[in-house]
Write a protein of this length. Structure first.
Length: 66
């Protein structure tokens, strides 16, 4: 039997959760400025941007995830 998922914005939810997780894990690297030593400019920008996500968005995404 096929399960049907409700129409949630799954891509946005996943992006929010992953950004919050990476901000938490890589915060020391980002805050130290050593993140600028990475080779991939897009990765550097993404890591820096991940610190800008408000916790409120993360918590809402976690509720939708359940």
């Amino acid at each position: 039997m096929e399960a049907k998922l409700p129409p949630f914005p799954y891509g946005a939810v996943l992006s929010t959760i992953l950004a919050a997780e990476q901000a938490s894990i890589f915060e020391p690297l980002i805050a130290s400025g050593k993140v600028d030593e990475l080779a991939d400019a897009a990765q550097i920008a993404g890591l820096k941007a991940s610190l800008e996500r408000p916790g409120q968005r993360y918590l809402k995404a976690m509720r939708v995830r359940r």
